[in-house]
Design a protein around this ligand. Structure first.
Ligand code: ADP
Ligand code: MG
Length: 679
């Protein structure tokens, strides 16, 4: 039963099934003193009545309990038979549960019940643990309060040897940590508030420390044992481009990242680097410069984009940058015709091809390279682990891999979710960027918003209007999109205005065609779902209207907004929402209006939504902390990170006597971890 309901399989699981709070059960509440402020109620009294009420689905058992000050109501919707047999009118009971109020009367649904006696009260520990529990277990008489008896029983059978120390003594002293065995005892059965806090601190530290340690060990392993192609020279491709073709000066961030990559690619080990840069920070140029260095060292490169349209845009901008230079750049996507494809494949195989740009078509088995040395993956979260592995297999010595993403991830998340990748950040935009003016408007302001779009179109600009698509298959969402499209059409009639519409249900040919019309400037407005989210570049577009903006998460809103502000003198983002907003939604709109900084937004997103929901980290499994929180324990995470780095710097193989506890703990955990490698 415990196994199925709570996945508690072993003693270890039981120890790690932590109470979510403790209550002081030496003191009961008087019923009259209960108010809405009390989250829980703990009362003692005589059972006055016990009656079945209602029929069918609203059938319930209702009881009244009285103490010297008042009456409280108790309700059961499940497990009714059990309670009916177990409780007697006229008996004294102790009750504990979540407090509610119904028409002014205090009420507990599904309370935990104990028989009351004065002796019993005297024998209670002051802080009793309350555990997470399921309804099914409750129906069997196991509840959040008495669950502790299993854990208590376990502690009578084990001793400190069964929970050996996992950290070196010097760390325990340095950080004043509670010993591990003691911490487990105290987190379940604390002897005081203070001890509970210390226990929690110790066990959180363990979680963060070992999470970091595992990541760093993977990285260290890779650094040591993976062989990589060596790019030891900068030659004419790079130098010619840098001095004669580069249309701007690099930002300091671009220079810094280039240096970091140069260091990796010259080191003789394979690079696996994540490059984060806000929308528009110039990641493509960094990738191009790297690919030129690869060419200087007689290596080929690939640049992979998640969609055809993005791949095409990359081809356009890169061939434009490289015009008049003898670099062979080709595009390979699903829609390249057989004859052209044959030539591309031949060029890739005999080495005449320097740079291959495309969708995942570039990593299909049929595509063989003479000497693939460098691979760039743009907008990484659209690619899976399998594709990255496929890429690695493209050469005897695997190519260096640069993963680029414009979805900023907060540092704490990056450390934990991507800790086994090397990590670069471009936190600087090229000079001269025009800020995007963001406003939040209600539904009722729609006519004004439409007139505003008209003004911009009259100035020769283009506009996006984006509708949420929460579920790919949701008929409602499509209905809204279509309604919206009709409405936009009535504001902007043909032939004075032209509108493109793009959504996921269109055949890809049609989608591409509609997209292209907008990219070329043949249409004034793009009505779409979020399919345009990633990477599309239409510098002439100056307005982004986001419909039902409250339905989007922060990072998605930021991505969408990044589609404008790429050329026009001034760009605008309008967040349209209903009149009634949840507090969360209101907060999100406020943040969007207040800042254009993707990293600041990502931090807020983490605070509001929690780590599990952040794009690109969901599947990593790296965030399954039981106690630590990436939002509240940032400082501790930093300490854990530094501690791990220090430890591995002096003792990379964890061989020193003093670090034996760490080694033993790691060994004992082998095979138990839920960690999945993501790169
Ligand atoms: P992202 O990081 O979002 O992929 P891009 O690589 O598409 O950004 O670059 C956005 C725009 O900024 C492009 O038009 C590019 O030519 C331009 N750009 C890149 N680096 C610089 C720079 N150092 N100075 C000026 N413009 C730049
Ligand atoms: Mg890009």
């Amino acid at each position: 039963m415990l196994r199925k309901e709570l996945s508690v399989h072993t003693y270890n699981d039981l120890l790690n099934h932590f109470p979510f709070r403790h209550v002081d059960k030496t003191q009961v509440d008087t019923i009259a003193s209960l108010t809405m402020q009390n989250e829980y109620a703990y009362v003692a009294g005589i059972l006055l009545s016990l009656d079945m009420m209602g029929e069918g689905r609203s059938k319930r058992l209702v009881a009244k309990l009285k103490d010297n000050t008042g009456v409280i109501e108790l309700v059961w919707f499940q497990g009714i038979n059990y309670v009916q047999k177990a409780m007697y009118v006229g008996q004294q009971y102790l009750l504990f549960g979540k407090l509610g109020f119904f028409m002014g009367t205090p009420q507990i649904a599904h309370p935990e019940i104990e028989n009351f006696s004065p002796q019993k009260m005297a024998g209670k520990p002051s802080l009793e643990p309350i555990y997470p529990c399921t309804e099914k277990l409750k129906a069997r008489g196991i509840n959040g309060s008495n669950f502790g008896k299993f854990t208590a029983e376990l502690f009578t059978r084990i001793n400190p040897k069964d929970l050996p120390e996992s950290l070196p003594q010097n760390l325990i002293e340095q950080y004043k940590l509670m010993p591990r065995y003691e911490a487990y005892r105290q987190i379940h059965f604390p002897s005081s508030e203070k001890n509970y806090e210390l226990a929690l601190r110790r066990l959180k530290f363990d979680e963060l420390f070992f999470a970091q340690l595992r990541m760093n060990l993977v990285k260290l392993q890779r650094h040591r044992f993976s062989r990589g192609n060596i790019f030891d020279k900068v030659g004419t491709f790079f130098n010619d481009f840098y001095s004669n073709h580069l249309p701007f000066t690099l930002t300091n961030a671009q220079k810094r990242v280039l240096k970091e990559i140069r260091k990796d690619t010259g080191s003789g080990r394979q690079m696996n680097r994540l490059l984060q840069g806000d929308v528009g920070s110039g990641k493509t140029m960094v990738a191009l410069l790297c690919m030129l260095i690869a060419a200087d060292n007689n290596f080929q490169s690939v640049l992979m984009a998640p969609t055809e349209i993005l791949a095409q845009q990359h081809l356009l901008s890169i061939t434009e940058y490289l015009k008049d230079m003898p670099v062979n750049v080709q595009l390979l996507t699903g829609s390249v015709k057989a004859k052209a494809r044959k030539k591309i494949l031949a060029d890739a195989e005999d080495g005449t091809l320097n740079i291959l740009i495309g969708t995942h078509a570039v990593i299909e088995d049929k595509v063989k390279f003479k000497n693939l040395g460098f691979a760039v993956i743009d907008e990484q979260h659209k690619f899976g682990v399998a594709q990255r592995a496929q890429l690695r297999d493209k050469n005897i010595i695997p190519p260096h891999i640069l993963v680029m993403t414009a979805t900023p991830i907060p540092r704490t998340l990056a450390l934990t979710a991507y800790g086994d990748l090397d990590y670069s950040v471009m936190d600087e935009l090229p000079p001269g960027r025009k800020p995007i003016l963001t406003t939040h408007r209600n539904e009722s302001a729609r006519p004004q918003v439409m007139s505003f779009i008209k003004e911009e179109i009259d100035l020769g600009r283009q506009a996006y209007i984006v509708y949420p698509l929460i579920e790919e298959s949701s008929a409602m969402d499509y209905e809204n999109l279509m309604k919206g499209y009709e409405e936009v059409k009535s504001f902007f009639p043909e032939p004075k205005f032209w509108i493109s519409m793009v959504h996921g249900k269109q055949p890809s040919v049609q989608k591409e065609a509609n997209m292209q019309r907008f990219v070329k400037g043949d249409t004034n407005i793009m009505v779409s779902t979020t399919v345009i989210e990633v990477g599309v570049n239409v510098p002439n577009a100056s307005v982004m209207v986001i419909e039902s903006a409250e339905k989007f998460g922060l990072s998605q809103l930021h991505q969408l907004r990044g589609r404008v502000g790429r050329g026009a003198d001034k760009s605008y983002c309008v967040l349209l929402t209903g009149n009634k907003l949840s507090n969360d939604a209101r907060e999100r709109m406020k943040i969007m209006v207040a800042t254009n900084d993707g990293f600041a937004i990502a931090e807020k997103d983490l605070e509001i939504r929690g780590p599990g929901e952040i794009e690109g980290t969901k599947q990593s499994g790296a965030l399954n902390f039981m106690l630590a929180s990436l939002v509240n324990d940032k400082a501790m995470l930093e300490v854990a990170k530094i501690t791990v780095e220090n430890l591995l710097n002096t003792d990379p193989d964890i061989m020193l006597q003093e670090n034996e506890p760490v080694k033993n703990f790691l060994v004992s955990q082998k095979g138990k971890t839920k960690w999945s490698k993501i790169a």
